[in-house]
Design a binder for this molecule. Structure first.
Ligand code: ADP
Length: 174
């Protein structure tokens, strides 16, 4: 069973085996979590991302997929890059995209378990630049992680502000 925990803080400071990056398909850095991870983790992460683009993912990492690199100078051992879907205000479209957001969590845990990681820290994928509403993102994140039964001890959601933390706490209590 995965223990689901919540922390108010910065994903780059987590002492866990693997931290998940809310990356974009290009894998070459960006803003938000992605920018913070590359800034704090140093150039080794980007170097591995470039190698992945040159080899396995010439067309980019697909939405809902996950891939691991070194964590460089971060306290973690690995960064698992995953690409969330961009929110659509059209209800039918959002329903089609929700499984891709769930896939970010299940694929990241699958990759983590494959590496032997026991503790994994997640940001609220897609809730920044990609605009997914926090409450729905929290529901999908918590449901997906709770259903996952592989060899992971702790899935930690790291929320950047108290509004996001409160939304996750409310969902977790259900
Ligand atoms: P996306 O492009 O998937 O929407 P973002 O990185 O823009 O990803 O944002 C995802 C969430 O992570 C947002 O809720 C944002 O407030 C939060 N966030 C931004 N920086 C950090 C950080 N250093 N640690 C944890 N969460 C962060």
């Amino acid at each position: 069973m995965v223990a689901v925990t919540l922390v108010l803080g910065d994903i780059t400071e987590q002492q866990v085996d693997a931290v998940v990056n809310a990356a974009n398909s290009e894998l070459l850095g960006g803003g938000g979590v992605d920018g913070a991870i590359h800034r704090r983790g140093g150039p080794a992460i980007l170097a591995e991302c470039r190698r992945l683009r040159d080899t396995e993912y010439p067309r980019g990492l697909p939405t809902g997929a996950a891939v691991a690199t070194t964590a460089g100078e971060l306290p973690a051992r690995w960064v698992i890059h995953t690409v969330g879907p961009v929110w659509s205000a059209r209800g039918d479209r959002a329903a089609q995209l929700a499984p891709l957001l769930a896939s970010c969590y299940s694929e990241s845990l699958r990759v983590a378990a494959g590496l032997g990681a026991r503790t994994v820290a997640f940001p609220a994928v897609s809730t920044g630049v990609y605009r997914w509403p926090m409450d729905d993102a929290a529901r999908i994140a918590i449901e997906t992680v709770r259903e996952y039964s592989a060899d992971i001890d702790e899935a930690r959601f790291v929320l950047f502000d108290s509004a996001a933390y409160d939304v996750f706490a409310e969902r977790l209590a259900r």
